[in-house]
Design a protein around this ligand. Structure first.
Ligand code: GLN
Length: 271
């Protein structure tokens, strides 16, 4: 029988920036252990069944499927979230939005809405840090709403309510203190859509018309009617859309509009 170490050594030819890490995540998943277990027990034997399951996932990874879809899990803001091909895979740059939201001068019981919540990542991260905030999330796809609800249960944050709505179409509450969104913002025909993980993610979570700005514009336009006086809107956008999004926010009456950079130093969140 092969050992953990042998199996990992044989896992060659994976795409992307982190092939070693990806192989480890997949093997740990097949073994039902945390990744750190592999370092503690490099000599442990891997059964034939586990090996064959691992080789199947490895092959799918070689063909480009995102690791998060292969394991059905992704960590975001230290929450262990379920992810599925019906939703975008939460990304580290979106944690910049969460950080900013947590620094805003909001009341202790702030009402917060995450639009296009997908797996529920942003809403759940905020609720995990601010249990007294009244956080809810909407998504236009029923599959996303189901997944977000499952994640709320999983993270023991079932006070977070999720509902189906196409942006504001079914939002009845008003007077939110904070609206947040990571909407689709990639232009139709962008070359990145045929590369890496994006090929496997839902187009509706990625692509927006008008050079990627249509949904950002629609959120900026509709948001003021749903915010209380002095309320905030934080939007994630592409690294080259900062100026355009600041213009949109200013046009729809937001004041002191600013942009924050993600960990890669790129303009990413405006509000
Ligand atoms: N940040 C993602 C990417 O460029 C896109 C996410 C989105 O469109 N909201 O990979």
């Amino acid at each position: 029988m092969d050992t953990v170490q042998d199996v990992l050594r044989s896992a060659s030819g994976l795409p992307g920036d982190s092939p070693v890490r990806d192989a480890e995540i997949l093997l740990a998943h097949c073994l039902g252990k945390p990744r750190s277990w592999l370092y503690t027990w490099p000599e442990a034997q891997v059964s034939a069944d586990t090996l064959s399951q691992f080789n199947t996932l490895l092959q799918r990874r070689r063909e480009g499927e995102p690791v998060a879809y292969l394991t059905g899990r992704r960590e975001f803001w230290s929450l262990d979230l379920r992810v599925a091909p019906s939703t975008l895979i939460p990304r580290p740059e979106t944690e910049t939005l969460v950080e900013w939201a947590l620094q805003l001068p909001l009341p202790g019981d702030a009402r917060v809405l995450d639009l296009g919540t997908g797996s529920g990542a942003i809403a759940l991260a905020l609720a995990s840090e601010r249990p007294a905030w009244r956080v809810s999330g909407v998504d236009k796809h029923a599959a996303a709403v189901d997944l977000a609800r499952e994640n709320a249960q999983r993270c023991e944050l079932s006070q977070v309510r999720f509902q189906q709505s196409d942006w504001f179409s079914h939002v009845e509450e008003r007077d939110f203190h904070l609206l947040v969104s990571n909407p689709p913002y990639i232009s139709e025909g962008d070359v990145h859509l045929s590369q890496g993980d994006l090929r496997f993610e839902p187009e509706s979570a990625l692509v927006s018309a008008q050079e990627g700005l249509r949904d950002l514009a629609s959120l900026a336009e509709q948001a003021p009617a749903y915010l209380c006086d002095g309320g905030w809107l934080l939007l994630e956008h592409g690294f080259d859309q900062g100026a355009a999004v600041r213009d949109l926010l200013t046009r729809y009456g937001f004041e002191d509009v600013a942009t924050r950079h993600d960990l890669a130093g790129l303009e990413r969140i405006s509000g």
